[in-house]
Design a protein around this ligand. Structure first.
Ligand code: 48Y
Length: 327
């Protein structure tokens, strides 16, 4: 980037607290000196109610014209006619690696979740007496997620392959391929059954460094890790493919607190920092993270962390820290 031109970023604020936390993230990006060319898109339940469509084909087209997406949160109603926008984008943009770092409190690890197959295959049959969901594990899917996880593990210490191969034969393939890739890449690795991993995450989180796992296990373990880190509101994620990328806080749209001004903006702010890292501005990402740490250390916290600060209060404190050069 180096100030010569700015990157085109699709911004999807979404529903519930999505707009509040994305506005905070954009304000922090601006304070940090990020240059982005923002393309605002209206996507989500609000749009569905208004126009009968949550994510239009032209939105997907517009996204494909951008380097990446900054995404708030979207409410997925249980109406079977409504197709999850997030899952559609992950699939249609082939965002196969969901990377979720956790480094607050007792925890310092990255979960690398396969994001396009497994139990999220969408291959389902619902009858009156029986309902089936097909769990799809492919060699191609395993290889590429294992490669991504190995790249991260090589910069850290160890890779743990999390699976349920004692019961699910599909996970024997996942385990085998992940092991082969780790061997090939010279990455130190071990493996653990998902139930043992769930237990150990609570009891001994320091056992983990980089976890690679299938779609649903990654979904569940990352909420658990967020609980250990202190709050879902702190945690960020990157959904990365070979062509596109989408950055989002891991929390949902939290309709119960929407509009109250108390949502924790840190998950979205950290997602914006991950985006800057992706765009080649690791310096800005580092600056933002240091300011977040500084603000947390000052005790400026929203209610999810036991504090009484507002979304705005936290955002202003982080901006102040960036401007004072604590970063
Ligand atoms: O990103 C997540 O961890 C969320 O729980 C989504 C998931 O299942 O991967 C939720 C999907 C949705 O709301 O449609």
């Amino acid at each position: 980037m180096s100030g010569r031109y700015s990157e085109k970023v699709a911004v999807i604020r979404g529903d519930g607290i999505g707009p509040e936390v994305i506005d905070s993230a954009l304000a922090v990006l601006e304070a940090a000196g990020a240059e982005i060319d923002q393309v605002d898109l209206e996507v989500g339940l609000g749009r569905w109610k208004r126009a009968g469509e949550a994510l239009a084909e032209e939105d997907l087209g517009a996204i494909k014209e951008c380097r990446c997406v900054l995404f708030g949160a979207i409410t997925t109603p249980s109406d079977p006619k409504y197709k999850s926008v997030l899952l559609r984008m992950r699939k249609e943009l082939d965002l196969y690696a969901n990377i979720r770092p956790f480094n607050d409190g007792r925890i310092d690890l990255i979960i690398v979740r396969e994001n396009t197959e497994g139990l999220y295959s969408g291959i389902e049959e619902v009858g009156d007496d029986q309902a089936t969901t097909v769990r799809v594990i492919t060699r191609h899917g395993c290889r590429r997620i294992a490669m991504k996880a190995c790249q991260l593990a090589a910069e850290r210490k160890r890779l743990t392959i999390v699976h349920k191969s004692n019961v699910l034969k599909s996970d024997r393939l996942f385990l085998q391929i992940c092991r082969d890739v780790a061997e090939c890449q010279g990455v130190e690795h071990d493996d653990m059954l998902v139930d043992a991993a769930a237990y150990n995450l609570v009891r001994n989180p320091e056992k983990f460094d980089v976890i690679v796992t299938t779609n649903l296990f990654g979904d569940i373990l990352s909420d658990e890790a967020a609980g250990i880190a202190g709050s879902l509101g702190l945690c960020a994620s990157a959904n990365i493919g070979d062509k596109y990328a989408l950055f989002e806080p891991i929390h949902g749209s939290a309709p119960d607190i929407a509009g109250k001004g108390i949502a924790n903006p840190i998950g979205a702010i950290r997602s914006a920092a991950m985006m800057m890292d992706y765009l080649g501005r690791a310096d800005l990402a580092g600056k933002i993270e240091s300011a977040v740490q500084r603000s947390l250390a000052q005790g400026i916290k929203t209610p999810d962390l036991g504090g009484n600060s507002t979304t705005r209060g936290v955002t202003e404190e982080i901006i102040k820290a960036i401007k004072r050069g604590f970063a």
